[in-house]
Design a protein around this ligand. Structure first.
Ligand code: FDA
Length: 392
């Protein structure tokens, strides 16, 4: 049998979390190996933010994350803030801008973030092996990792293999399998930040509206997001829908407020004595095609003076509380993230180390911490990677 090559820490997964973790551990003088099964690291970083990587959000707070334990993310987020990552970006001379709502993007290309991480890895003496397939993991005094490139051992093993979204970019269930192998609980992994599908009947009615975008407030339970929704040929998308999708539960309705800035009943009553048609009035506040389709579905358009008081109340309610029950999501194929994952009850919130398995760490998307849209998921990857990198 081969003598294993020994490392202080092995990180499996060369994505955002794994690379940041490796850099921090390397800077502390640890001998670190990153194992990546794809032919190159950072494939998700490359395509993120439409190719410009929305690398953090300056308004990061724990409230922007979902988890069975909403407090878990606090320590890591406090230990490595958006400012820390911005300092790194500035140190490398990468130009960036705020697009909206605190979202920071590269001016030029996501590749700059990957190059920055690779340069930092190189400075910290981190070795990276791509196209390296893990065949098995065992633990005695150290972790023994059998791969297609040989046998490696390490005192600390960091699982940074990400979630299930977008398999062509390297996503696998590897992290969950390793968690199960070591007896750790998993919170049901499900698609997050994902378009929602509508049943065929409703799609047929909305067919003509495909491509229309509306500024709306979308709610589920007591959570709501005010951003655009986009009608597509398969259902609903756009930032407000992606955000609410992470909270949505199958077979339950989402509620859409189509006039979030106006009191619909006031608008309707103001025009009640006039010959103005309902569609004409609504077209002042909503895209014209949408206003027409909405009337076809929910109210017969006629001059407003022909409506009774009760009818107007009903119309106003429907404008503010349009209930739609999606038939499903577009699944991991289209999901930006995986919600759920390795249960936070199994991990130290300070270091990300598994309580039951000393030396085993889980970081990034594989953990049951999922950010809202807008740079929060990378911030979690950096922060959880940093926490583990300080500990391994
Ligand atoms: P990540 O998935 O980045 O990395 C995991 C790595 O492990 C991959 O390189 C994978 O190949 C590797 N791996 C998996 N199994 C393995 C195995 N068995 N052996 C070895 N290696 C293995 N977020 C954000 O904040 N801003 C944004 O702009 C975007 N944009 C965006 C666009 C799109 C299209 C998607 C799909 C996602 C985003 N995200 C985002 C989300 C963000 O990309 C995601 O949250 C982070 O990449 C998670 O970082 P991780 O390092 O945890 O996983």
């Amino acid at each position: 049998m081969d003598t294993p090559l020994h490392w202080d820490a092995i990180v499996i997964g060369g994505g955002a979390a794994g690379l940041l973790c490796a850099i921090e551990a390397g800077k502390r003088g640890r001998r670190v190996l990153v194992i990546e099964h794809s032919d190159r690291v950072g494939k998700k970083i490359a395509i993120s933010g439409g190719g410009r990587c929305n690398f953090t959000n300056v308004h990061t707070t724990p409230e922007a994350f979902l988890s069975a334990n909403p407090h878990f993310c606090k320590s890591a987020l406090a230990g490595y803030t958006p400012r820390d990552f911005i300092d790194l970006v500035e140190k490398h001379g990468i130009q960036y801008h705020e697009k909206k709502l605190g979202q920071l993007f590269c001016d030029s290309s996501s590749q700059q973030i990957i190059d920055m991480l690779l340069n930092e890895c190189s400075d910290a003496g981190v070795e990276i092996r791509c196209s390296c397939e893990v065949e098995s993991i065992a633990k005695d005094d150290a972790f023994q990792i059998k791969t297609n490139q040989g046998l490696f051992s390490a005192a600390s093993l960091v699982i940074a293999a990400g979630g299930l979204s977008i398999a062509p970019l390297g996503a696998t269930d590897f992290g969950y399998r390793i968690a199960k192998q070591f007896g750790l609980q998993i919170e049901n992994a499900r698609p997050g930040l994902v378009p929602l599908r509508l049943d065929q009947d409703l799609l047929n009615k909305l067919r003509k509206l495909s491509g229309i975008s509306i500024d709306a407030r979308v709610s589920f339970d007591r959570i709501s997001f005010r951003e655009n929704i986009l009608i597509t040929h398969r259902g609903l998308s756009g930032p407000a829908i992606l955000q609410i999708s992470s909270y949505w539960r199958p077979e339950e309705p989402i509620v859409i407020d189509l006039l979030p800035d106006s009191a619909a009943i006031k608008l309707l009553r103001e025009h009640q004595g006039t010959p103005t048609e309902l569609t004409t009035l609504l077209s002042r506040y909503l895209p014209k095609r949408f206003a027409h389709a909405w009337c076809e579905l929910h109210a017969i358009s006629k001059p407003l003076r022909q409506y009774g008081r009760r009818e107007l109340d009903g119309i106003a309610t429907k404008l503010h509380q349009l209930q739609i029950t999606p038939s499903g999501t577009e699944g991991f194929r289209k999901a930006e993230v995986t919600a759920g994952g390795v249960s936070t009850t199994e991990l130290s919130s300070q270091t990300m180390e598994a309580r039951k398995v000393p030396g085993l760490y889980f970081i990034g998307e594989v953990v049951d911490v999922t950010g809202h849209l807008g740079g929060f998921n990378f911030q979690w990857a950096w922060a959880s990677g940093y926490a583990a990198g300080r500990s391994v």
